[in-house]
Design a protein around this ligand. Structure first.
Ligand SMILES: NC(=O)c1ccc[n+]([C@@H]2O[C@H](COP(=O)([O-])OP(=O)(O)OC[C@H]3O[C@@H](n4cnc5c(N)ncnc54)[C@H](OP(=O)(O)O)[C@@H]3O)[C@@H](O)[C@H]2O)c1
Length: 254
C-alpha cells in the first residue's frame, strides 16, 4: 500500500498499536478514521488530533459492524484502506472447561469473527476503489505458541491463513491483502505488558513499521526485525528452541 494519500479506517485504534499507527499515518498525509468501543477515548482523540474522524464500533457485534460501516462509507466514500486492528489477548487454563471455554469464545469472536465480518462489510466497496488494501493483524504468536494464551495464538494463526487465502481470491481485483505481524509490543493488551522488558517499545515498532510500508509498498507481510525470531523458527529449523525460549523467558506474559 502507498504510505500517503489514502483514506483509512482502523477499527481498534483507540489505544496501543492502532492509535500510534493512526497518528503516524495521519502525519504522512492520509485521512484516518479511528474506531473502537471506548467513547471517552474516541472523544479525546478527536479533540486532540484535528482532522482525525472517529466512529464507535464493537467488532464482536455484527450489528455494530454493519452500522459503523454504513456510517464510515457515508462520511468517507473515498475510503480505500481497512486495517482490522481490534484484538484481545486473554490467559487461559485448558486443564478444565471453566479455565478456557468462555475466554476462548470471546477471543475467537473478537480476533477471528471480527475481522471476517469487517472484511464482509467493506470488501465490495473496496473493489470499487482503483487501489485498495485490507490490512489484517496477526502476531509472532501465529507462528510460535505462548503456553498461557492458546486461543489467542490460534486466532492469530487463523488470521495468517485467512490473509494468505483471501489474497489469492482477491488477486483479480484492485484489493491488496497485507498482513501486519507484530512481535511483542509494549501496549496495554494485557496488564503489565506496557512495561514488559521483553516487548518492543511501541514507538520503535511503529517507526519501523512505517518505514517498511514506505520502502516496500508491494509487501504482503509486514515484519519488523524483532518478529523474525518467532516467525521463521520452522523455516530455520530451530522451532523447538524458539518455543522453549519464548515460554521460558516470558511464561505469564508475551
Ligand atoms: N501488543 C502486542 O504485543 C501485540 C503483538 C502482536 C499482535 N498484536 C495485535 O495488535 C492489535 C492491537 O493490540 P494492542 O497491542 O495495540 O492492544 P490494545 O492497546 O489493547 O488495543 C486494542 C485495540 O482493539 C480495540 N478493541 C478490542 N476489542 C474490540 C472490540 N470488540 N470492538 C472494537 N474494538 C476493540 C480496543 O479498543 P476499545 O477497547 O476502545 O474497543 C483497542 O483500540 C491486536 O489485534 C493484537 O492482537 C499485539
Amino acid at each position: 500500500m502507498d504510505i500517503s494519500g489514502n483514506t483509512i479506517f482502523i477499527p481498534g485504534s483507540t489505544s496501543g498499536i492502532g492509535l500510534a499507527l493512526a497518528l503516524e499515518l495521519q502525519a504522512k498525509g492520509n485521512t484516518v478514521i479511528v474506531g473502537g468501543r471506548r467513547g471517552d477515548l474516541l472523544r479525546r482523540i478527536a479533540d486532540e488530533h484535528p482532522g482525525i474522524d472517529t466512529v464507535q464500533i464493537d467488532t464482536a457485534d455484527s450489528a455494530s459492524i454493519e452500522a459503523a460501516a454504513k456510517d464510515v462509507l457515508t462520511r468517507h466514500p473515498e475510503l480505500n484502506v481497512l486495517i482490522a486492528m481490534a484484538g484481545i489477548m486473554r490467559a487461559e487454563d485448558w486443564h478444565r472447561p471453566e479455565g478456557f471455554l468462555e475466554t476462548a469464545a470471546s477471543v475467537i469472536t473478537t480476533n477471528v469473527l471480527g475481522p471476517i465480518r469487517l472484511i464482509g462489510a467493506f470488501v465490495e466497496h473496496l473493489q470499487t476503489r482503483p487501489d485498495a488494501t485490507i490490512m489484517t493483524v496477526s502476531s509472532g504468536l501465529a507462528f510460535t505458541p505462548l503456553r498461557v494464551t492458546p486461543s489467542y495464538n490460534a486466532s492469530k494463526a487463523a488470521i495468517h491463513m485467512l490473509s494468505e487465502s483471501i489474497r489469492l481470491q482477491l488477486a483479480d481485483t484492485s484489493v491488496k491483502v497485507v498482513e501486519l505481524e507484530p512481535p511483542a509490543v509494549q501496549t496495554d493488551i494485557v496488564p503489565g505488558h506496557a512495561e514488559n522488558p521483553n516487548a518492543m517499545p511501541l514507538e520503535e515498532f511503529v517507526t519501523e513499521t512505517m518505514g517498511l510500508i514506505e520502502s516496500q509498498p508491494e509487501a504482503t507481510e509486514i515484519q519488523v526485525e524483532r518478529v523474525k525470531f518467532l516467525r521463521y523458527g520452522e523455516v530455520r529449523g530451530d522451532y523447538d528452541q524458539v518455543v522453549a525460549v519464548l515460554n521460558a523467558a516470558d511464561p505469564h506474559n508475551r
